[in-house]
Structure formats: structure tokens, C-alpha cells
Design a protein around this ligand. Sequence first.
Ligand SMILES: Nc1ncnc2c1ncn2[C@@H]1O[C@H](COP(=O)(O)OP(=O)(O)OP(=O)(O)O)[C@@H](O)[C@H]1O
Ligand SMILES: [Mg+2]
Length: 256
Amino acid sequence: MTHLLSAKGLRLAFGGLKAADGIDLDVEAGEFLAIIGPNGAGKTTFINMTTGYLKPQGGSIAFEGQPILGLSPRRIVGLGVVRSFQLPQLFAEHTVLQNVALAVASRSGTLPLFAPLLRPGIRDEAADLIERFGLSDLAGVRADALNEGTRKLVDIAMAVALRPRLIMMDEPTSGVAAAEKMGIVETLVRVLRGAGVTAVFVEHDMEVVGRFADRVAVWGQGRIAALGPPQVILNDPEVQRTVIGIVPAGGGHAPA
Ligand SMILES: Nc1ncnc2c1ncn2[C@@H]1O[C@H](COP(=O)(O)OP(=O)(O)OP(=O)(O)O)[C@@H](O)[C@H]1O
Ligand SMILES: [Mg+2]
């Protein structure tokens, strides 16, 4: 069976620090796979390697059976793998509609500044995407006036405008107010599933992971320490101790 994404033996060290120390991971079409793990474990490094932003020193990555290691981020986007960043990359002084229209226009390979908005096909497609994300009322608002949750949704709408098969999202809920968080994730999961997009997402909120992930991969010091369904992984005492910060009843050691 061909996996949608298949990473084998990925290695990358920064000096003496092993940010990827033999990562093997297969992502199946249609799934939502959460990556959890402590700060500095190498979660973002994995996304950077699979999207062409960092080149591993060893290993292989295939997308739909085709090797993608060594390709530029742009080529990888062209094959159907897109990403969003820990901090949304929006054009601050342009509106939600302009930002999404630019992403739609960039699919054809050029960024003809703001002329795309004059083209009805692009404008209509951007407006439709914005509606699917529930952002129609904010279409005319500048990106720098949006709250963080909305910025995340616009960033992901721009990624979806590239018509991906796989989206890699780095902490889609970081910086989002607790009260908004579930609504934001519900929206993006609904749109992504509706568009048939497979998702890998780094997430620190275990309630989000428990509700939305089909599988959970636990990162620890450049390696995958555990992989499985959320109901198993989130109840694993070792994961609770190292990632979630819960000390099992009666089993904890006081820090020295
Ligand atoms: N370009 C780089 N140059 C040098 N060191 C780097 C580089 N990118 C990452 N690192 C280091 O590699 C390790 C893994 O970093 P990474 O950003 O992948 O962690 P992370 O799991 O995403 O952490 P966080 O939860 O804080 O986002 C860290 O120690 C980080 O400082
Ligand atoms: Mg990170």
C-alpha cells in the first residue's frame, strides 16, 4: 500500500544536537495525525524537513510514492503538500480577501500584486473559501486588525487555496484565546475534511488532540517515542509524565 507521506530514517543534527534522530512515520490519506511532545523535541524540524525548508542529513521522504527529499518548498507545494506556521504569515496591511486572493493567484505561479482582485474568477474563489471558513463578515478587514484565532484561520485558508492533499500545521491553536480555541479547530477540521485534505498538526492542547486526532505521534528528543490512537496515547503514564505534565497518583518523584 502506498502511504500518502512516508518518512524513513530522517536524521538532522544542529551541531551536537539531534533534532531528528531516525524518524520513521507514515501518514495515511484522510487521517488527522497530531504531533505532541515537549519544547525542542524536533516537531517543527519534522515539518520543515517534509516541506522542503530543511534538508535532512539522512533518510528519505516520499509523497504518494514519489521521493520529495531535496525538492524546494515551492515544488513540494506544487505536488500537494502545504504548511502553516507557528506564527501566521499574512500580508499585514492587506485585507482578508486580498490575502486569500493572493494565495489563489499564486497557484498559477505568479504573484501579480493586487491585480488578482480585479479578476472575478480569483475573487470569487477567494470569497468562497472565506465563506467556508466562516470569515465572510471580515473579508474587508486588514490582517493586522484580526485577533490571533482569526489570523490562524486566514493563514490556513491561504494554504487550502493552494489545493493541497496534505497540510502540515505547526501549532494551529498557539496564541489563540482559550474561549475561541475549540471553535477555531472545529472550523478548520470541518473545512479540511470537506475538501478531502489530510492533516498533520503539532498541538500542545491535549483536549484538542483528544477530540480531533485520529492518531497521535509523541516526539521526544528527535525520535518518535510513541504512536497510536489518542485514547491510548493520552492515557499512557509515560506520555502523561513527559508531555502532559501529569504526575501519576502515587508514582511521582519530587523534583530535586
Ligand atoms: N535552524 C536551526 N539551527 C540550529 N538549531 C535548530 C534549528 N532549528 C531547530 N533547532 C534546534 O533543534 C531542536 C528542535 O527544534 P524544533 O523547533 O524542531 O522543536 P519543537 O519540538 O518544534 O519545539 P517547540 O514546541 O518549542 O516549538 C531545538 O533544540 C532547536 O533549538
Ligand atoms: Mg515548534
